[in-house]
Design a binder for this molecule. Structure first.
Ligand code: ZN
Length: 301
């Protein structure tokens, strides 16, 4: 049996824009995250599946009720860091602070134990594998940050692309659930993200995921809330208060956030209807119980 997982990096694009613009955290505006979260939760209810939501701390801080609702509807709550930093740009102590803050905020909201983490921008690479050890120190069971292919800004070429249990230098253990790549024509393709699912025709998306099943390969889909929106996203409505951007920037952001986006819901719905989906935690528990544990080197600070 192979399983798929739908993972959502739960963040608000307007709030992220505000942070890059002001170098400070501002409250999300415009009601987009409320609308998008409702669409995702309803789609999951309709198809009777549970997903994993990697919660960004800076958003949870302003929208605790939404986090509570996601948890109350039976989905797994995991971590996406506090301030959406590329983790390889932080010192070990800054990285620890970012993840611990995220863990405190989110576990205080839900009152439940948290098991998993995904770094923003998949920013665990060969330079900061020590983070895996930090995650186990914080009591986490799995990580889902490693892209097993070198991409322009992230990824580790040649990293095992299967879910696996690793033994770290301090003898702690962690399950890694890498992002999914598909092998065609002797090349690995990053097919499981919103951006790629958006561009591929529905028949091709269905074929890729059927091939995973027939090759006995688990798959991990990763999406963002905005990708589920039913409305045209006008970034101007989501700009943080007091921010202004050039016409060109507004136009290019609107294009980026809207082009072909409306096809995504139907494609994801079709996958939810055809395949067996489990949460990251269920997958990690299975791997932990059945894996032998491989030593992972290069994890020291
Ligand atoms: Zn993110």
């Amino acid at each position: 049996m192979t399983y798929s997982t739908l993972s959502i990096d739960w963040e608000d694009f307007g709030q992220l824009l505000g942070m890059y613009h002001f170098k400070d955290i501002t409250e999300p505006v415009g009601g987009a995250i409320e609308r998008q979260t409702k669409i995702m939760l309803d789609l999951l209810d309709q198809t009777n599946h549970k997903a994993t939501f990697f919660i960004l701390g800076m958003l949870a801080k302003y929208r605790p009720a939404l986090v509570k609702e996601i948890a109350a509807r039976g989905h797994e709550i995991a971590l996406h860091g506090q301030n959406h930093k590329a983790m390889f740009t932080l010192t070990p102590s800054q990285a620890k602070e970012d993840i611990s803050q995220n863990l405190d905020i989110v576990s205080n909201i839900t009152g439940q134990k948290i098991y998993g983490y995904r770094a923003p921008f998949f920013s665990i690479n060969e330079t900061n594998l020590y983070l895996l050890q930090l995650l186990t120190e914080l009591g986490l069971m799995y990580d889902s940050s490693i892209f097993p292919k070198k991409m322009p800004r992230y990824g580790i070429e040649g990293f095992n692309d299967k879910d696996a249990l690793y033994i770290l230098p301090d003898n702690s253990q962690i399950v890694e659930l890498p992002l999914t790549v598909a092998e065609y024509f002797n090349k690995k393709w990053p097919v499981s993200g919103g951006g790629y699912i958006r561009l591929m025709p529905k028949a091709l998306v269905n074929k890729v995921f059927r091939d995973f099943s027939s090759r006995q390969k688990n798959s991990m889909i990763y999406m963002h809330p905005y990708e589920f929106d039913t409305q045209f996203i006008d970034v101007r409505a989501n700009y943080p208060k007091g921010a202004s951007y050039s016409k060109f920037k507004t136009l290019s952001l609107n294009l980026r956030w809207n082009l072909f986006r409306n096809s995504i819901r139907g494609k994801i719905k079709s996958l939810l209807e055809q395949h067996q989906f489990i949460t990251c935690l269920q997958k990690a528990q299975y791997v932990k119980e059945n894996g032998n544990g491989t030593k992972l080197l290069g994890c020291q600070e």
